[in-house]
Design a protein around this ligand. Structure first.
Ligand code: NAD
Length: 261
């Protein structure tokens, strides 16, 4: 149902972003991939997306989401090569674990830039193209940490709370333009982002790896199961449907019940 539409997905060389790319490509969308990683692995994913989409195209850009000029150039490049963007998935994100008193200010700035400022700049650059067609979908990957906090994640929690404020505001501004703006808030999803937090969390909390996984990750979810990237992608796909036209300004939880408690 997305044939002829183009989706720009930031942070799509890994984890949840890659799952979004696969599910949108499977519906025929052209895909602009973005993120970092091993060039040959990225090229393999890019060409696999073209196969999945049967007729859709997929391109890759290494644009760095900390650089405003690179963000604008990415959107222009996407428009010139693939059209659109009709669907913007602002997904790139990083985390850093440290107590607030010793939280490095460079890490704070980097997390705010990637997790909060890049969605703002992407929306600024993409929405004019969506307005021309009177159709658009903006989806931001927020987090359960857009609703609740955990210690030692001050920048991440602040950025994700802020992101939902941005989503609600832009949803209201775009309400009459056929453009919906929503957030998806997963609990813990087993991706490199979660894996990479484990060593610092072990250190700052004095826990073993098993304790971190059982007591901090799995225990957060009343279901006692982590979320799968494909499940998050299925929700994003729903938000792209015509049936989701009236869903805007929402922040959807997918966290095994975490934020219900
Ligand atoms: P991941 O580490 O697997 O993927 C992150 C992606 O962002 C990668 O493609 C990486 O190359 C890219 N990236 C990092 N820095 C970048 C930069 N400066 N410019 C461009 N791309 C950059 O992580 P993930 O778990 O798939 O996370 C994706 C999103 O989901 C993030 O916004 C994250 O906060 C959010 N999220 C993740 C979880 C989880 O448990 N994994 C839970 C809730 C929300």
């Amino acid at each position: 149902f997305l044939k002829g539409k183009t989706a720009l997905i930031t942070g799509s060389t890994s984890g949840i972003g890659l799952a979004y790319a696969r599910s949108l490509a499977a519906e025929g969308a052209n895909i602009m991939l973005n993120g970092f990683g091993d060039p040959s692995a990225i090229e393999a994913e890019r060409s696999a997306l073209e196969t999945i989409s049967s007729g859709g195209r997929a391109l890759y850009s290494s644009a760095d989401m900390t650089l405003p000029s690179a963000i604008t150039a990415l959107v222009q490049h996407c428009h010139a090569e693939l059209g659109g963007p009709d669907i913007l998935v602002a997904n790139a994100g990083i985390n850093h674990i440290a107590p607030v008193t010793s939280f490095p200010v460079e890490k704070w700035d980097q997390i705010i830039a990637i997790n909060l400022t890049s969605p703002f700049l992407l929306m600024q650059a993409c929405i004019p193209f969506m307005k021309q067609k009177n159709w658009g979908r903006v989806i931001c990957t927020a987090s359960a940490h857009s609703m609740v906090a955990s210690p030692y994640k001050s920048a991440y929690v602040a950025a994700k709370h802020g992101l939902v404020g941005l989503v609600k505001t832009v949803a209201l501004e775009m309400a009459r333009d056929g453009i919906t703006v929503n957030a998806i808030s997963p609990g813990y999803v087993w991706t490199p982002l979660v894996e990479n937090q484990i060593p610092d969390t072990m250190e700052v909390r004095g826990m073993t790896r098993e304790q971190v996984v059982d007591e901090l990750l799995v225990a957060r979810h009343p279901t006692r199961e982590l979320v799968k990237p494909e499940q998050v992608a299925a929700l994003a796909l729903f938000l792209c449907r015509e049936e989701a036209r009236q869903v805007t300004g929402s922040n959807y939880s997918m966290d095994g019940g975490w934020t219900a408690g």
